[in-house]
Design a protein around this ligand. Sequence first.
Ligand code: ACO
Length: 436
Amino acid sequence: MSGTNGGGSITVTLDGTNKSTRLPLIPGSIGPQVADIRKLYDSVGVFTYDPGYGNTASCESKITYIDGDAGILLHRGYPIEQLAEHSNFLEVAYLLLNGDLPTPKQKAEFEMGVLRHNMVHEQLRSFYNGFRRDAHPMAVICGVVGALSAFYHDSLDINNADHRRIAAFRLIAKVPTIAAWAYKYSIGQPFMYPRNNLGYAENFLYMMGAVPPEEYKLNPVLARAMDRILILHADHEQNASTSTVRLAGSTGANPFACIAAGIASLWGPAHGGANEAVLKMLGEIGHVSNIKSFIEKVKDKNSNVRLMGFGHRVYKNYDPRAKIMAQTCHEVLEDLGIKDDPLLDLAMELEKIALDDEYFVSRKLYPNVDFYSGIILKAMGFPTSMFTVLFAVARTVGWISQWKEQVEDPSQRIGRPRQIYTGAVQRNFVPLAQRG
Ligand code: ACO
C-alpha cells in the first residue's frame, strides 16, 4: 500500500496468478482513506464480499461524519453537542439540507416554508379510516407517507430543483402531522390541525396532546426536550434506513416513495425500533434484583437475547447522543416531578452493571441513543408504539437531505450489489412424472 491521507493507491495481487491491479485511495476530509474498487472486477475478475457493508462506502457525502472510536458526531462539521445546546431542530434541518447554518433571513424564510406546508391534503384524512384502530402507527405512517406521492404531483420530478426543494419542505412539514394523526386515530380522538403560532416541536406536542374542547397548555421544558430529541435523531450518515432511502432513490423513485421505504427500514428492533424494545425489556426485567440473571441471559449465546439500547455498528465508544439524552432525561423527570422513577433506576443500574462487565467492555458495547429516549418519551406520556414514529419524524430531514445529495451527485448510479452464488449449478429440467 502506498500513500497517506492525501491519496495514493494500494496494489492488489491475486495469489498464484500474474493478475494485479492498483486501487486508487480516495481521501475524505477526515476519516480513513477508502480504496476505490470500481474497476476491480474488470481488471482482476473478482468481487468483494462485505455482508452488512461494514467495510464499504456506498457514496460520497458532505452531510454527517461519525468517528465511532472517539464517539464523535458532526453535522456539516458542527459537533452534535453544540447543536443540541445552542440550536433548534428547524435550524439543524436547514443545516443538513443546505450545508451551512442559516442567516437570520434564511432561517425565517425556511421556517415559513415549513409552516406553509404543514397541513396535508384533506382527502388524505380518509386514508386513516382504511386502517384498523389497533394498527401499529409505524404501519400507518409508512402507508400514508407513501401515499403523498399520489397527492403532490407537482413535486415528483426528481430532476427539477424546485420540485426537490418543495418535496423536502412537504416531507419535513407534513410527517409530524401524519404521525400525530396516526396516534389520534389509534385512540379515537379527533385529528388536530397544526397551528402556525407554534414552533416545530411544540406543534407536534400540540397535535398529539390537544383535544378540541380544551385549551392546550404547552410545557416549555417538554417542548425543549422534544426539540432536542428531534435534533439528536436528525441524521446519522449511512445507517440502514438512510441507505434504504438512497437505494430506492438510486432508481429514480420519487422522494415520498423513498422516505416511505426509509420508514419501513427504520421500524426494525435492530434500528429505530430499539427505543420501543428498550422499554419492553425494562418492563420484562421488572426489578433491579433481576438484572443479574437478565445479563446472564444476554451473555448466553443460545438465548438470542440482546441488551436493547446497547451496541452500535459504528460507535465503539459512548454514543455522544446518549450522553445528551441522559441529561435531557433527568431534566424532564425533574420538571414532571418524577423523583424515583423505577424504570430510570432500573436503566441506570443496568447501564452501570453492563459498563463494568467484561462481556460488554471487550465488545465495546455502550449505551446508544435509544437507551434513554424511551424513558423520556414514556415520562412525557407517549405510548411506546409512538417511539419509533418520533424517530421517523426527526430522521425525515436526514433522509431527504441524503436523498437530495444523491440526486444531485452526478457520479451516483443505480444501487445494485453483487452476490456469492451458492445454489445449484446449471442442471436440466426434469418432467413432473419422472420426479420423486
Ligand atoms: N447485547 C448483547 N450483545 C451484543 C449486543 C447487545 N445489544 N450488540 C452486540 N452484541 C455482541 C454480539 O453478540 C457480538 O458478539 P460476538 O462477537 O461474541 O458474536 C458482538 O457484540 C458484535 O455484535 P454484532 O452483531 O456483530 O454488531 P453489529 O454491528 O452487527 O450490530 C447492533 C449492531 C444491531 C446495533 C447491535 O449492537 C444490537 O442489536 N443492539 C441492540 C439493538 C439496538 O439498540 N439498536 C439500536 C441501534 S442505534 C439506532 O439505530 C438508533
